[in-house]
Design a protein around this ligand. Structure first.
Ligand SMILES: *Cc1c(COP(=O)(O)O)cnc(C)c1O
Length: 388
């Protein structure tokens, strides 16, 4: 038996504003480090192995899997007629997997189904483009003419009466547009299910399952490490896969095999389970949502109240998770980023397609981190005012 010293976490790590993969709470990482060589079960008994080394079919890993499923179901108040699937491939794979499973829901006899897409930014554009390989992918609405800074009102969506489902990205990570209330498709005269990509705001706020058929998201923004993809699906939507759908991506097969049709991303599931325990200690979704609202308000108020910074997203759809902003004097961008790094504020550079800056303030970002950013932004603005 060998003993290895565990790495010590630095006293205070810098604040990480990365859009994804992104910050994970120190407590979670410290627990994972402590359990790396020998995972103890719920009663504290040594298993003798780390989680990465366990069979996914053994009782230790099954207990981790079941606890992680139960915690997510409780946190997100997922009703009993929805299944939670732990898959792989990320959000982008789901752009193909969803149409391969659901696109002929309404027209099973025809080879090609019809699906409506609401385009609100890069991620929904990617979903639409990929789905076109498997179905007739319509554009029901788009905010492209507004530079992806608005949200087309649901009443303006042009929904096809044959659509098998309606796709909506509820938080556009790059442009910073968030859907704050899910549309009620039935009230719009459409009885197809709503499918959402909630990759970048899952577990930051409650979900209204009564308006949804399916939600999917990669874990690496708010749930844990990359590698795990969470799919929550209403059970009547299982069992409609196209014949070409790979078996490992057939939702019914995945559900019937408790997400173990093939080996699931075991370590990522374990870390997500630790994140869910941490979330419960933060007061669950209600507690974290209150904190997320306060963080977003602090940052948007600082931007709106300054004469150097601006955010261009319409007030009714500004994201609480991803806050893109620009310096009105773009020649100061590099100085801003260098100074931020010096202040322990990392990964603030905007996405290359948008430019400027972006602060991703997911669940694991504490208020103190946003306060440190706002303080730095003010200091930077004032230093420029003095030298100009
Ligand atoms: C990050 C992200 C994705 C992409 O996920 P991958 O894991 O890279 O496939 C998809 N949709 C949204 C909204 C995202 O933020």
């Amino acid at each position: 038996m060998t003993t290895t010293a565990l790495p010590e976490a630095p006293m205070q790590r810098p604040y990480n504003f990365s859009a994804g993969p992104s910050a994970i709470a120190d407590e979670v990482l410290a627990q994972a480090a402590a359990e790396m060589l020998d995972w103890p079960d719920a009663e504290g008994h040594s298993s003798g192995v780390g989680v990465m080394e366990m069979s996914h079919r053994g009782k230790d890993f099954i207990s981790i899997y079941e606890a992680t499923q139960a915690a997510l179901r409780e946190l997100l108040a997922v009703p009993s007629n929805f299944r939670i699937l732990f898959m792989q491939g990320g959000g982008l794979a789901e752009n193909a997997i969803v149409p391969m499973n659901l696109s002929t829901l309404r027209n099973a006899s025809s080879a090609k189904g019809v699906v409506d897409f609401v385009l609100t930014g890069s991620w929904s554009h990617k979903s639409h483009r990929e789905a076109g390989k498997y179905c007739t992918a319509n554009v029901a609405a788009s905010n492209a003419l507004d530079g992806h800074t608005t949200l087309p009102a649901a009443s303006s969506w042009r929904l096809d009466r044959n659509t098998s489902y309606v796709h909506l990205c509820t938080n556009e990570t790059i442009s910073g547009v968030e859907v704050h209330e899910l549309p009620d498709l039935q009230a719009l005269g459409c009885d197809a299910p709503l499918v959402i990509d909630f990759s970048s705001h899952v577990a930051s706020r409650p979900v209204d399952w009564s308006r949804l058929g399916l939600a999917f998201g990669g874990a690496q923004k708010n749930l844990g490490p990359a590698g795990l993809t969470v799919v929550v699906i209403r059970d009547d939507l299982l069992g409609h896969a196209l014949p070409i759908c790979p078996s490992a991506f057939d939702y019914k097969l995945v559900a019937d095999n408790q997400s173990m049709y093939n080996t699931p991303p075991t370590y990522a599931i374990y870390i997500a389970g630790l994140v869910f325990q941490w979330l419960k200690r933060q007061g669950g979704i209600a507690g974290i949502e209150t904190r997320n609202i306060a963080k977003a308000r602090l940052l948007y108020d600082a931007i709106d109240g300054s004469s150097l910074y601006e955010n261009r997203v319409a007030a009714n759809c500004r994201s609480r998770m991803n806050v893109p902003f620009f310096l009105k004097d773009e020649s100061r961008n590099d100085a801003f980023l260098a100074g931020a790094k010096g202040h322990g504020l990392l990964s603030l550079k905007g996405h290359k397609s948008v430019g400027g800056m972006r602060a991703s303030i997911y669940n694991a970002m504490p208020i103190a981190g946003v306060q440190a950013l706002v303080d730095y932004m003010r200091e930077f603005e004032q230093s420029g005012a003095r030298t100009d």
